[in-house]
Design a protein around this ligand. Sequence first.
Ligand code: IPM
Ligand code: MN
Length: 374
Amino acid sequence: MNYKVPVIPGDGIGPEIIAEGRKVLEAAGEKHGFSFDWIEFPLGAENYLKTGELVSEETLKELSNYRAIYLGAIGDPRIKPGILEKGILLAMRFYFDQYVNLRPVKLLEGVWTPLKNKGPKDIDFVVVRENTEDFYIGIGSRAKAGHSHADFEVKRALYNVKFGLDIDSDSEEIGYQIGEVSKEGCHRVIKYAFDLAVRRRHQLSSVDKANVLSDIYGFWREIFLDVASGYPSVKTDFNFVDAITMWFVKNPEWFDVIVAPNMFGDIITDLGAMIQGGLGLAPGANLNPEGTSMFEPIHGSAPKYKGQNKVNPIATIWAGALLLDHLGQPKAAEDIVTAIERNLFEGRIKTYDLGGSSTTSEVGAEIARLVRST
Ligand code: IPM
Ligand code: MN
């Protein structure tokens, strides 16, 4: 069996961590009888500065021939914040309609958590973040005093929406951003979360801010309740986003599966990463179960560490395990997570963020060795 997998190493530390991810996935392949052809796509800052292009329609079309993309990180200090993130990363999530952003929050054996008296049995949940809507749709602008008009369009595989906005303002200048969620968009991600809860511990927590942003998140709640009626075996609860950050710290053991709109999902998963031992350990999967999915660490491109062979590659290696699972190699995926856990538990070869002094490539090589020997 041979898998053709597009790889986007990206910016900053992206290429270094992706190299280790590939090393470990290849080791898992050797053991389980499959191999990879990695097809490199040089998207990111260098390409943008050279050609002025973020990601072309042609590249997106080409990428859509594959089931799984392996991504390092996107973002570069030479370029205004948001240009690459929105123009490449979000553009791909939206184009491929990767409506689930799956972010496991699992404390592995041997990892230090900042939460006092909490261990691996207390911190083991999954955040299902909606990944195509909410305040991420890119609708917003600024308007100076007086009258102005703005037109916006949201184009999704599921639906299109047009907004035409007439503004009359006597403020010197305003900035605004419109969030939108759709019935179809909420329904599918909430259903995904319920199905996941059924395969886990039968508990699903919803996140919103329906007490203030009641039109958008009251609607989310209504759709949640509607989907919930089809899953009588799953225990559910609603959480305001501010409160859930508190429960993550105080009682993480309460959670099994959490489903959240895009922006709140973004925010709470950085906190989730911290309680599972840091951003260096947290993987993510952007899923379109019927199309092209994309696997990446949840951390960014950490430009100040670029080229130093210093950062932790584990989040990317773990994201690689999620990729293998998605491609139908659950045993190989499990071997990788077991190898990561052994490496962390033994604690000999670890990067600076975990209190060690090993290099990125030493950690990758060690986890690859453990994969071969388990
Ligand atoms: C993430 C990141 C992205 C997001 C940024 C880089 C656009 O923070 O993957 O969590 O907000 O989704
Ligand atoms: Mn984020």
